[in-house]
Design a protein around this ligand. Structure first.
Ligand code: PGA
Length: 303
């Protein structure tokens, strides 16, 4: 329908609310003759009168009453749109999509749950996958953020650490070294190790650590997730370096023990990673500042 413009609709609605053309023109910073011309054009285009003057009083015709209802609903919709737009621009609404390495599943749902409580209008999608896939997704696809502890050497990526991720050696509770203090790393050279899949950040750290001590590990099993590694430890297959944040309930239930190895835990950090070359989305910025404010969290394990 191209019989009228939004401006004419607004003028008409303002005339009805002001009660006469002069006051409406003032409110809209128009001259009275300009307002009258627009109202005349509007009624010509619509093809019927919308009001008539009864002395100084403006009376709406049936078409005028209906058109005023149109004005009210358009005004409501536009006001709602403006509010939405403000939220979108400030990052308080929209879809936040995050791709995270598998071990991040022990931390991200807690943080995102807290964020969602504060900002219920934000839709959140969290993809948990292996590290290679995470790097592919943040560099090639449309994700706001990636969560990794081992940041890839890619100059197009910006990263900001937000949470400690201590890595510890975990073993079956009946392991002979369980309960011993200050174990020298080289003592572990005859152990059977469980390792994560190629590309895993935890695996990278474990391999570096063992190689520094000149340990060439005997591999009992290679597994694709931290959860699978924990079950292999519980099954007594071997020991492994794992994120301490993932062990809380297993330690409490006595299903897994820690090895008190000298100079451990290895302190790594969870990082929020985004592409430098893309303008940072307001929602991404908003989530990053939420993480920044939660930094006290960084020294504490997840509840
Ligand atoms: P993960 O952790 O790949 O061992 O699950 C990710 C990382 O440390 O970057």
């Amino acid at each position: 329908m191209d019989h009228f413009t939004i401006h004419q609709l607004k003028l008409f609605g303002t005339v009805v609310e002001a009660g006469n053309i002069t006051k409406a023109a003032e409110r809209l910073h128009m001259t009275q003759p300009a307002a009258s011309i627009q109202l005349k054009k509007l009624q010509q285009n619509i093809g019927t009168d919308l009001y008539y003057m009864n002395g100084k009083n403006l009376t709406l015709t049936d078409a005028g009453k209906e058109f005023y209802r149109v004005f009210l609903s358009v005004r409501d919709r536009l006001e709602a749109f403006e509010a939405t737009l403000t939220d979108l621009k400030s990052g308080l609404r929209g879809k936040l999509s995050i791709t995270a390495a598998s071990t991040a599943k022990y931390v991200m749902p807690y943080l995102l749950g807290e964020f969602k409580d504060k900002y219920p209008e934000v839709d959140i999608a969290l993809k948990i996958t292996n590290r290679f896939e995470v790097i592919h997704q943040i560099t090639q696809m449309d994700y706001n953020l990636a969560i990794l502890s081992q940041v890839p050497h890619n100059t197009d990526l910006e990263s900001t650490p937000f949470l400690r991720n201590p890595l510890v050696f975990a073993c079956h509770p009946s392991h002979p070294l369980s309960g011993k203090q200050n174990i020298n790393l080289r003592t572990l050279r005859d152990e059977v190790f469980i390792i994560r899949e190629e590309g895993s950040g935890t695996r990278i750290v474990m391999e570096e650590l063992l190689s520094k001590s000149d340990i060439h590990p005997r591999i009992g099993m290679e597994l694709g997730t931290n959860e699978a590694v924990k079950h292999a430890i519980m099954a007594g297959i071997g020991i492994s370096l794992v994120s301490e944040l993932s062990l809380k309930s297993d330690l409490e239930l006595g299903k897994i023990s820690l090895l008190d190895v000298e100079s451990l835990p290895v302190i790594t950090y969870w990082n929020a990673i985004y592409k430098k070359s893309r303008r940072v989305h307001p929602l991404t910025e908003h989530f990053l500042s939420f993480l920044e404010q939660r930094k006290e969290f960084s020294t504490e394990p997840i509840p």
